[in-house]
Design a protein around this ligand. Sequence first.
Ligand code: S3P
Length: 171
Amino acid sequence: MKAMVNDMIFLIGFMGAGKTAVSKELAKKANMKLIDTDEYIEKKEGMKIPEIFDKYGEEYFRNIETQCLKEIVSKEEAIVSCGGGIIMKEENVKVMKAAGKVVFLKTSPETIYQRVKKSQNRPMLKGHMNVEYIEKLLNERQPFYDRAKDCEICTDNRTVSAIAQEILCFL
Ligand code: S3P
């Protein structure tokens, strides 16, 4: 049986928290459309995320991210997998909260490191691919995740299916 969800669902969390995998499972279970903000940005800009950072810098990327988020919420209801830094702008948090529920995927710095250490497309970690830096950035962002979230799900040592199921129980 498909689960019933009557709002948009935003998955937030640090890079490597599992937002992409969990959102796919959730969309399947809830029979909802899935939108990934990074993919949406890449399509709109005709460039990969690292290329956008290289050419135009983080501030430009953040502005596009906000513009895209607004477009996404103006369309049909969906599960939205958000880029890890989306919570850093209060405007984005307001947009998400007005449109639906915000689920924070909580993950330890060690788990994040194991998941992203070989990644070539995480410009925010370029030149800093180590646990210490991940922990520092995560600590800086934690108050923003806390402010944005409606609920929090731990993803360490858990299957994608179990995480998606727990989110559905909350909704
Ligand atoms: C970012 C996370 C990335 C992407 C961009 C910036 C961040 O998304 O939006 O590289 O600031 O944490 P993922 O969380 O999907 O890796």
